[in-house]
Design a protein around this ligand. Structure first.
Ligand code: DAH
Length: 334
């Protein structure tokens, strides 16, 4: 039998090296190892070979078969790997695929409004104080602010008490005392923060937010207060606001007022409390009330946002309802 293993395998390798796809590889396999393939046809010829030579040639063909099977398996792996790599490569460069968006959160409307209000007062030279005390004692929340024991604000129905002395602050005015105590005059601060009262309906929440303003300096008078409040409200609502100062009473101010703004359909709406710091408070901390005077104001944040957006149920702010919150995603004011 006229057969040269080396030449045969050389020819096979030439074919083999041309194969790129799995399909071609399969064709190659059938061409060589298929039922009518070259190898089988050659093996069939063995019967015409003299007995002595048959064994030798049989071994050669078995080797060839093994060799081809191995080579084909090897190539199959290679092609598959390449295909995967190509796919990854392609994916990397497919600019037409839709991007994966990250769902970025936004500031809560209350935080947003606090930042906005801060930015307005920063323009007027106020120092912003964060992290005021929310757990407070009766002295800072009440006594030092001239709110004596018998005052209704101290009754149990309003205040969350921890014990007979400690409570959740009912107003940011407690921060007036903490600042005045330091006696670093002049004082010109703005303190936003959470306050707590036992109340819950569509205009009251047990936790809500206030911003406290305080100036103590020489020659501070009620005109300064009126100017600041006017400036603040005009800036906030971005128009000339019609407002009125209505006489009121707060134990820690003398000349106390509540400020109303003219709302749609000719309604006056109360928006903040303010006044001149009671001289007793200054004297209590050895600040000469003949030399120094002060103004103070307290703004309810939820109230302002409700007005700003026409929201009528305050409880919405605390529900974490994305449908509600996402409406404010784009409104960043400062
Ligand atoms: N603390 C008052 C309240 O919670 C608001 C207030 C009124 C604050 C008058 C002030 C002020 O600083 O001068 O009702």
């Amino acid at each position: 039998m006229d057969f040269d293993k080396v030449i045969f395998l050389k020819k096979f390798n030439v074919h083999y090296n041309q194969v790129i796809t799995i399909k071609d590889l399969e064709k190659l396999r059938i061409h060589y190892l298929g039922k009518k393939g070259i190898v089988v046809t050659q093996i069939k010829k063995i019967q015409y070979v003299p007995l002595l030579e048959r064994k030798k040639i049989g071994i050669i063909f078995n080797d060839i078969k093994k060799y081809i099977i191995n080579k084909i398996a090897l190539k199959k792996k290679k092609i598959q790997l390449l295909n995967i790599q190509n796919k990854i490569q392609l994916k990397k460069q497919d600019f037409s695929l839709p991007g994966r968006r990250k769902n970025i959160g936004a500031l809560h409307p209350i935080t947003n409004m606090i930042y906005y209000i801060e930015s307005i007062f920063v323009r007027l030279g106020f120092k912003i104080i964060h992290n005021g005390f929310e757990i407070e004692d009766t002295y800072h929340n009440f006594d030092a602010l001239n709110i004596p024991n018998y005052h209704p604000a101290r009754q149990n129905q309003d205040t969350f008490w921890f014990d007979t002395n400690r409570l959740l602050r009912t107003q940011t005015s407690n921060m007036q005392i903490h600042e005045i105590k330091k006696k670093e005059l002049p004082i010109k601060i703005l303190v936003p923060g959470k306050v707590y009262r036992k109340d819950y309906d569509y205009t009251h929440s047990p936790m809500f937010h206030q911003v406290e303003g305080l100036i103590i300096d020489k020659n501070i008078n009620f005109t300064n207060l009126k100017w600041i409040i006017n400036y603040f409200l005009d800036f906030l609502f971005n128009k000339k606001m019609k407002i009125r100062f209505r006489c009121s009473y707060f134990p820690f101010t003398i000349l106390s007022a509540e400020v109303d703004i003219m709302h749609t359909n000719n309604n006056w709406l109360e928006i903040l409390g303010c006044g001149m710091v009671h001289p007793e408070i200054l004297n209590r901390f050895n600040i000469d009330s003949k030399k120094y005077s002060g103004l103070a104001f307290g703004i309810g944040i939820e109230r302002i946002i409700m007005l700003y957006y026409g929201i009528d149920d305050l409880r919405l702010f605390l529900k974490n309802d994305l449908k509600f919150l996402q409406q404010f995603k784009r409104s960043r004011y400062y």
